[in-house]
Design a protein around this ligand. Sequence first.
Ligand SMILES: C[S@@+](CC[C@H](N)C(=O)[O-])C[C@H]1O[C@@H](n2cnc3c(N)ncnc32)[C@H](O)[C@@H]1O
Length: 204
Amino acid sequence: MKPQFPEISGWLFDHEFLALKQLARGKVVLEIGAFQGRSTVAFAQHAEYIVTMDHFGGDEFTEMVGSQLSRETVIEAFARNTKPYMDKITVIVSDMYKAMPFLNPKDFDVLFYDAGHTAEDAKYFCDWALDARDDATIAIHDYKPNEEVWKPSAVVMDEYKIQTGRSTMLVGSLFIATHEPIPYADLLGTEDHPYENIMLDANV
Ligand SMILES: C[S@@+](CC[C@H](N)C(=O)[O-])C[C@H]1O[C@@H](n2cnc3c(N)ncnc32)[C@H](O)[C@@H]1O
C-alpha cells in the first residue's frame, strides 16, 4: 500500500487513514482528538467540511506511546500539516468536556473520536453521540479489546453498539458504527475502494 502522508506523525495506520478518507467523502465531519493532524488530513482529502477539537495538551496515552512534544510544537505541526485545507477546517482548541456541550451531534455526518482513551473519556463521547442522526457514521480509534490498557474503552464501544443497535465493523483498530450500509464496505481502507479511483473536485 502506498504510504499515506508519512511525513505527518500519528498513530493512524495507512489502511485506517484510507478508511477515514473514504468514509468522509462529501460529508461534514466532527473530529475529537487531532494531535498533529494526521486523521484531520485524511478527512480533508474528501470531506466537505471538518470541525476538529483538541486541547493539544496530550494525555496519558499519547505520553505512553512516546509523544513528549510541547503543546506549542504540536499546535505548530497541526497548523503546518493542515494548512492546505484550512478553508474547510474549523479548529476548536479546548478540552472536550468544556466545548462539546456547545455542539450538536445532529449537525455532523461523521463523528470521529480519538482523544483520551480511558473508559470515562470514551463514555463521555459515546453518551454524547447517542443523539447523532441515524444516518451518521460513528468512528472511534483504538478498539483493542485484547490489550489490557485499551480494554476499558473497547468495552465502552461494545456497550455503545448494544445501546444503539448499530452495526459495527473494524478497519484495523478503527471501530465504525452505522445504522445504514456503508458503501463498498468490503473495500473500505483499501486502495481498491472506488473512491480512490475517481477524480473529485479540484480541491482534493
Ligand atoms: C491519539 S491523539 C490523536 C491522534 C490523531 N487523531 C491522529 O490521527 O494522529 C489524542 C489527542 O487527543 C487530545 N486529547 C486528549 N484528551 C482530550 C480532551 N479531554 N479534550 C480535548 N483533546 C483531548 C490530545 O491532546 C491528543 O492530541
